[in-house]
Design a protein around this ligand. Sequence first.
Ligand code: THU
Length: 130
Amino acid sequence: MAEQAELLKVATAMLDKAYTPYSHFHVGAAAVGASGKVYGGCNIENASYGATNCAERTAIFSGIAAGEKHFTALLVTGNTEGPIAPCGICRQVIAEFFDSDAPVYLTNQSGAFTETTVEGILPGAFTDLT
Ligand code: THU
């Protein structure tokens, strides 16, 4: 639970950093690297909407840029009515860098908290080219 509370704190702090001139919808994420370090991420939008980077990918890519190769837990939050749901692209990126049974915490800013796994958010993920 300590880890979950810490991740929610980091992800919530990221909400203020979101760059969202188009949707005005702020998302925050926190990813735990294999080293134990926690990486925050926010969504970063673009006038060419498809170039937008979601909070989950920002957190993961920040960790990769800092030298992580793998992650052990992820938390996402936003001002949604229920627990926020990661987009399909993020689910595929999450599957790339986490074990299939790694915990994924989907939360909101009003106390919703759902624990699932990487396999739970992307069953049968494509991860192997062989
Ligand atoms: N978004 C995220 O950052 N993560 C999610 O889990 C869902 C969607 C962002 C992308 C875009 O900036 C805004 O939310 C609206 O789709």
